[in-house]
Structures are given as structure tokens and as C-alpha cells.
Design a protein around this ligand. Structure first.
Ligand code: ADE
Ligand code: ZN
Length: 328
């Protein structure tokens, strides 16, 4: 079966990380910036390991200078997502990259992104919501500035707050102040954990930040008590298997714990993270899950339902998307 047109819900997608290399190359050319070093001979993003990935990601992001650039990026990314059957997506946005976490500038970037998302919804029937994400390796002070931007613009479109970046730097508790600010503003919370940190990092993100979802979270599998805690509390994992395999969290698809987590009663969903960096799409994630774990329509319907139930959107949007993922 071809999974291209099967409807999909994606909860974990970094907007800059979804930028096609051609798009970034064209922007760099327009601005006379030399970023040739971030590409390989085939024109794909080139990096050696996770730390290098983060610096290539940030170098590519340097080309995105204005709200208009983010408008074009959002349009390009949603075209790709819609072509892969995605009907609802949530994207991580970082005010650090969008106006340096200045609230006035951030509002302009956000307005441009929402405008492009509205256009895509009208054109392709794909719905997007935003999650402000602070960057762990930029430190707690910058995270507070991002949380302030998030709190100021929280609403029906900007619905969440999270943290990404180098998981080995600092502790989740260092960012509790920012998460408290976001929670008080009515935002829903998620945190990257259990990707580069072990099971304890997942436990700490849940207990110290009070998140309802975890980005990745897969290394919870290393401690049965953490797996049980996730299942009991119905914490939803935004699992990105292709990202984990490409970055070397697991050596191959067969070793990936998504199936074991699901069998242990943990609520799992599937996303791409930074698709062109990992040579993936939502269609490819589905194909690989079919190939390596035998997943089919039943499993994909189940993860769609899990993802939509865990989506950070209002009830009307959830009901509308429920119709889009309903199959007869
Ligand atoms: N930022 C973009 N992709 C990321 C990942 N996989 N882990 C942490 N931070 C990220
Ligand atoms: Zn991520």
C-alpha cells in the first residue's frame, strides 16, 4: 500500500529544520551569504553528529532574516507536508531566531507565519498550530525571554511552549520558571527529553516541568519504572524514529523502541522532527514502520487518534480534523 495519501497528524516538526536545502540555498544567494559549507556534494545538509547538526541547523537559520522569509518558509514547508498527506501539524517556533526574542519583533514574525498557515489551510486543507520553543543550550535567561514572547501571544494559534536543543546541557529544572510562566498563560507544555539523555531525563521533564507530552522520550525504555509512569499518566511521546536512527540514537530501525513502548501501553505518535536533515517525510516514516514492525492501517489509525487527542488545539479544530482523519 502507498501511504502518501493516508491522512496524518504530526506533532513534532521544527519549522527551520523542515526547510528544504534548495530553499535555504536560494535565500543565501539572494542575501549574498556564503553557506556552502553546510551542504554536501549532492546539495543535502551535511553534518557529522548531533552537536554539528545543531550548528548546521543554526547556520541555515541565519539566512532567515525577516518575517517575509518566514512567510515563504511556512508556505514551502506546508506544501511538502500536505503532499505527504498531513492534515494537521504543530510546529516549533523559536523567538530567538525570530527577532531575538524581542516581543514587538516576534509579533511580526508570528503574524507572517500565521498568515502563510491560513493560506495553506485554504489551499490544501492542512491546519497548523505553533509551539514556542526555547533552546536549551542558549541557557535559562534566553528561555525566559522566549517564554515571555509565548505568553504575550498565547491563543488559539500559538498553543504551546517547549524546549529543544542540546539536552545534555543543564537540567530541566533550570527552565522551570519559563515553563511556569507559559503554563500561567494557558499554554500546553512539551519538552525534548530521552533523546540524548537517558530515562531519568524523561522522568525529570515530567516531574520538574509538568509537561503532558515529551519530544522523543524513547530512552524511557531503559527504565521499566519510567515506562510505567508514562503509561499510567498517559504522557504522550512525540516519537521521531527516522531522526533517531539518522542521528545515531539507535543503530537501525529494528533496534528502535517505538513498538516496545506501544506494547507497554505508552501513548506514542509519529513525526519527522527535521525532515530534510534526516532524508525523511511522514510518508517515509509510515513506510519504514510498515517494513520493520509490520504496521498497517489499524496501527496508523490508532496513532492518528492518539496524536489528535494530544494535539494542542481548540475543540472545534479537533472536531474538524477528526473528520479529515476518519476513513470509511
Ligand atoms: N532541534 C531540532 N531538532 C532537534 C532534535 N532532534 N533534538 C533537539 N533539538 C533539536
Ligand atoms: Zn525535535
Amino acid at each position: 500500500m502507498s501511504w502518501t495519501t493516508f491522512p496524518k497528524v504530526e506533532l513534532h516538526l521544527h519549522l527551520e529544520g523542515a526547510a528544504p536545502p534548495d530553499f535555504i540555498r536560494a535565500l543565501a544567494k539572494e542575501k549574498s551569504m556564503d553557506i556552502a559549507g553546510i551542504f554536501d556534494a549532492q546539495g543535502n545538509y551535511a553534518y557529522r553528529d548531533f552537536t554539528h547538526f545543531l550548528s548546521v541547523y543554526e547556520a541555515a537559520t541565519e539566512t532567515l532574516k525577516t518575517p517575509e522569509d518566514y512567510h515563504r518558509l511556512t508556505r514551502a514547508v506546508l506544501e511538502q507536508s500536505a503532499a505527504n498527506g498531513v492534515v494537521y501539524a504543530e510546529t516549533f517556533l523559536s523567538p530567538d531566531f525570530c527577532g531575538g526574542s524581542d516581543v514587538v519583533a516576534w509579533r511580526d514574525y508570528l503574524a507572517a507565519i500565521v498568515d502563510a498557515a491560513d493560506e495553506a489551510e485554504r489551499r490544501d486543507g492542512i491546519t497548523l498550530r505553533g509551539i514556542v520553543t526555547c533552546i536549551r543550550h542558549f541557557g535559562p535567561e534566553k528561555a525566559r525571554a522566549s517564554a515571555r514572547c509565548a505568553a504575550e501571544t498565547a491563543g488559539d494559534w500559538l498553543t504551546g511552549f517547549g524546549i529543544a536543543g542540546a539536552e545534555t546541557m543543564g537540567e530541566p529544572g533550570d527552565f522551570a520558571y519559563s515553563f511556569d510562566m507559559a503554563r500561567e498563560a494557558g499554554l500546553n507544555l512539551t519538552a525534548h527529553a530521552g533523546e540524548w539523555g537517558g530515562a531519568k531525563s524523561v522522568r525529570d521533564a515530567v516531574s520538574d516541568l509538568g509537561v503532558g507530552r515529551i519530544g522523543h522520550g524513547v530512552r524511557a525504555i531503559e527504565d521499566p519504572e519510567v515506562v510505567e509512569m508514562l503509561a499510567e499518566r498517559e504522557v504522550v511521546l512525540e516519537v521521531c524514529p527516522g531522526s533517531n536512527v539518522t542521528l545515531g540514537v539507535y543503530p537501525d530501525w529494528k533496534s528502535h523502541p517505538i513498538q516496545r513502548l506501544r506494547e507497554a501501553g505508552v501513548k506514542v505518535t509519529v513525526s519527522t522532527d527535521d525532515p530534510p536533515f534526516f532524508h525523511t517525510t511522514m510518508t517515509r516514516e509510515f513506510e519504514m514502520l510498515e517494513k520493520h514492525f509490520g504496521w498497517g492501517e489499524e496501527e496508523f489509525d490508532e496513532i492518528n487518534q492518539t496524536a489528535l487527542a494530544a494535539a494542542y488545539c481548540d475543540p472545534q479544530t479537533r472536531a474538524r480534523v477528526a473528520e479529515q482523519i476518519k476513513r470509511t
